[in-house]
Design a protein around this ligand. Structure first.
Ligand SMILES: Cc1cc2nc3c(=O)[nH]c(=O)nc-3n(C[C@H](O)[C@H](O)[C@H](O)COP(=O)(O)OP(=O)(O)OC[C@H]3O[C@@H](n4cnc5c(N)ncnc54)[C@H](O)[C@@H]3O)c2cc1C
Length: 530
C-alpha cells in the first residue's frame, strides 16, 4: 500500500469539489489531490439534450432510490446523482438559479457568520460569466459560463402572457435584484455545450503540476489520528491506496455520499454506527439528518393546437430538423435546459418574497425524460423552501453499498399548503385568456381532482423531486449541526465539508449555483487560513 502526501485532499469532483480544487491549486505552493469515484467524462454530458440520456444511465449516475414511504405512496423514487468529473453538474438540467437574498440572510440569522447575502453576492459574481443583468448583481468574467436561452415562439409568448394576466410581472433577470415574476430560464450552457464544473473549473487547470485529479478513485474511508483527520483511503485500479493530507481533507461528495462517508468512517450517531459494527471515532448527532428536497408534482395539459410543442415539432422529420438546427445554430430541442420558462410566485397574500415556483416544459415526457407520443405541456410546481426533513444514513459498513434515503415529504403542514397553492396557481395560469385556443384538457392530475385531500394523495402517489437534496451535514452551532460556519466538522481537526450537504435550509430554487458558491467560499476561507 503506497502512501502519498498532499496539502489538501478534496473528496468528490462535483459542483463544489471542482470549484474548490481549482481555487486551492491556484497557489502553486499547495499540493492538491482531487479524488472522484466516477469516470473522467461521458459523451452525453457534453450537449444539453444528453440530460435525458444520463438521468437513468449507470455509467455516469449513482442511481440511488429512496426507501418506500407514506409520502411517496409506498414508492421508491429515483435519486439521481452525477458519478463523473463535474458530479451532478455534469448530468443536471442546467437551470441556473441562485436563490433569494433572504435565503442567505436566513443562514446568517441562524448564526452563520459570513453567509449573509451581502457576503455571498461577491462569490456568486466571481464564479460566473453572464452577459445580461446589472453589474451590481452579475459577474462578467468568472469560470462558469451562464447564458439566456435563444428560444421563442407562440407557446412561450402565451405562457408568459398568461402569467402576466394572473398578476406575475415579467422578470428579465431572476438572479438579479429580485426573483419575483415570470421569465425565461438562464442556463449553464454556452455555445450549445453543457457548462459543467469539470469543463469550467477543471479543464482549464489540468496542467497545473500541483493539482492531481484522479477519476475512478472512490474514497472508502477518512483516516484519523485521535480527533485529527490525517488523510483518506481510496481504491483505484483494483488497489487500495492511502493519501496523507498535511493541511486538511475536504469532503465534497454531495448531500447523499458525504454523510455516508462520515458514518462509514466512524463519525455520526453512536447507536447507528454500533449497529453496523463501525467503531465510533466521534459522536455527532446531526450526520445524515435534516435532508430537504423539492417534492414536485408534474401537472400536464394536452395541446391540441398543432406544431407548438416539441412532441409535435420533433416527430419524424421534425427530429432531423431539430438535429440540423442544433448542428448549425446550437439551438432548439437539443440545446434546451430542463425547463425553458419559470415563474416565482406567492401562493398567499402578504408574503415578503415568492414561496413557490412553477416551471414549464414545452412537451410531455415519459418518466425518464423521453418525448411522449401525445402533444402537451408539463408544469412542475413546488414550495421553494420546503421545511419537511428526512435523513440519509449508511445501510452498511461497506462504503460501496447505497445508503438509505428517507424524505418524509409533506410532513410539515406548510409544505402541503404551499404545494396546494402552487397547483391552484398553475391551474389559474393555464386557464388564462392568453392560452385560449392553445391549451386543451388537463391530463394530470385531471380537472376532476379538486379536494385538498385528494390532491395531496395524488401528489404523494405521483410526485418526484427536482433532484435537489441538501442539508445532511448542516452548517450551524446547534446540537444537530455537523459543520461550523467555516465548514469545519464540529469536534474534529483537519476536516471540512463543502457541498450541498452543508446548507441548513433549502435555497429558493435549483441547487447547482449555490453548491458551486459553497465550493468557492470554502476555498476563500481555507486560503485565508480561517
Ligand atoms: C438529474 C439532476 C438534475 C438536476 N437539475 C438541476 C438544474 O437544472 N439546476 C440546478 O441548479 N441544479 C440541478 N440539480 C442539482 C445540482 O446539480 C446539485 O445540487 C449540485 O450539483 C450538487 O453539488 P455537490 O457538489 O453538492 O454534489 P455533486 O455535484 O453531486 O458532487 C459529488 C461528487 O462526489 C463524488 N463522490 C461521491 N462519493 C464519493 C467517494 N466516496 N469518493 C470520491 N468521490 C465521490 C460523486 O461521484 C460526485 O462527482 C440536478 C441534479 C440532478 C442529479
Amino acid at each position: 500500500m503506497a502512501e502519498e502526501r498532499f496539502d489538501y485532499i478534496v473528496v468528490g469532483a462535483g459542483s463544489a469539489g471542482s470549484a474548490l480544487a481549482n481555487r486551492l491549486s491556484a497557489d502553486p505552493t499547495k499540493r492538491v489531490l482531487l479524488l472522484e469515484a466516477g469516470r473522467p467524462s461521458h459523451p452525453w454530458s457534453r450537449i444539453p439534450v444528453g440530460f435525458a440520456r444520463l438521468i437513468d444511465n449507470p455509467a455516469a449516475n449513482w442511481l440511488y432510490s429512496s426507501e418506500p414511504e407514506e409520502s411517496t405512496g409506498g414508492r421508491r423514487i429515483p435519486v439521481p446523482r452525477g458519478r463523473l468529473l463535474g458530479g451532478s453538474s455534469a448530468i443536471n438540467g442546467m437551470v441556473f438559479v441562485r436563490g433569494q437574498a433572504e435565503d442567505f440572510d436566513g443562514w446568517a440569522q441562524l448564526g452563520n457568520r459570513g453567509w449573509s447575502y451581502r457576503d455571498v453576492l461577491p462569490v456568486f459574481r466571481k464564479m460566473e460569466s453572464y452577459a445580461g443583468g446589472e453589474d451590481e448583481y452579475r459577474g462578467r468574467d468568472g469560470p462558469l459560463k451562464v447564458s439566456d436561452l435563444d428560444e421563442s415562439g407562440p407557446l412561450y409568448d402565451a405562457i408568459i402572457g398568461a402569467g402576466q394576466e394572473i398578476g406575475l410581472a415579467w422578470n428579465a433577470d431572476y438572479n438579479g435584484a429580485s426573483q419575483d415574476g415570470i421569465g425565461m430560464t438562464q442556463a449553464s450552457i454556452s455555445g450549445g455545450r453543457r457548462m459543467s464544473t469539470a469543463r469550467c473549473y477543471l479543464d482549464p487547470v489540468r496542467s497545473r503540476p500541483n493539482l492531481d485529479i484522479r477519476a475512478n478513485a472512490p474514497t472508502e474511508a477518512l483516516l484519523f489520528e485521535g480527533r485529527r483527520c490525517t488523510g483518506v483511503r481510496y481504491r483505484r485500479g483494483g488497489e487500495v491506496h492511502e493519501a496523507h493530507a498535511d493541511a486538511e481533507v475536504v469532503v465534497s461528495a454531495g448531500a447523499v455520499a458525504s454523510p455516508q462517508l462520515l458514518e462509514v468512517s466512524g463519525i455520526g450517531q453512536p447507536e447507528r454506527l454500533n449497529a453496523l459494527g463501525i467503531p465510533v471515532v466521534h459522536e455527532l448527532a446531526g450526520v445524515g439528518e435534516n435532508l430537504r428536497d423539492h417534492y414536485a408534482p408534474r401537472m400536464k395539459w394536452r395541446i391540441p393546437a398543432k406544431g407548438l410543442t416539441y412532441n409535435d415539432r420533433a416527430r419524424g422529420l421534425g427530429l432531423v430538423w431539430q438535429a440540423l438546427k442544433f448542428a448549425a445554430a446550437r439551438t432548439g430541442l437539443l440545446g434546451l435546459p430542463a425547463s425553458p420558462v419559470r415563474a416565482y410566485i406567492r401562493t398567499r397574500p402578504g408574503l415578503a418574497s415568492p414561496d413557490a415556483m412553477i416551471s414549464f416544459i414545452p412537451f410531455l415526457a415519459t418518466p425518464n425524460f423521453k418525448l411522449a407520443k401525445e402533444s402537451g405541456i408539463t408544469a412542475i410546481t413546488h414550495p421553494l423552501r420546503s421545511e419537511s426533513t428526512g435523513s440519509i444514513h449508511a445501510a452498511s459498513a461497506d462504503p460501496a453499498a447505497p445508503p438509505e434515503i428517507r424524505f418524509n415529504f409533506l410532513s410539515a403542514e406548510i409544505d402541503r399548503t404551499i404545494t396546494l397553492g402552487g397547483m391552484r396557481m398553475t391551474r389559474q395560469l393555464m386557464a388564462a385568456a392568453a392560452l385560449d385556443g392553445i391549451v386543451g384538457e388537463e391530463i394530470a392530475p385531471g380537472e376532476k381532482l379538486e379536494g385538498e385531500d385528494e390532491l395531496i394523495a395524488w401528489v404523494m402517489e405521483n410526485a418526484e423531486t427536482t433532484y435537489h437534496p441538501v442539508g445532511t451535514c448542516k452548517m450551524g452551532s446547534d446540537p444537530m449541526a455537523v459543520v461550523d460556519d467555516r465548514l469545519r466538522v464540529h469536534g474534529m481537526e483537519g476536516l471540512r465539508i463543502a457541498d450541498a450537504s452543508i446548507m441548513p435550509t433549502l435555497t429558493s430554487g435549483n441547487t447547482n449555483a449555490p453548491s458551486i458558491m459553497i465550493g468557492e467560499k470554502a476555498a476563500e476561507m481555507i486560503l485565508a487560513g480561517s
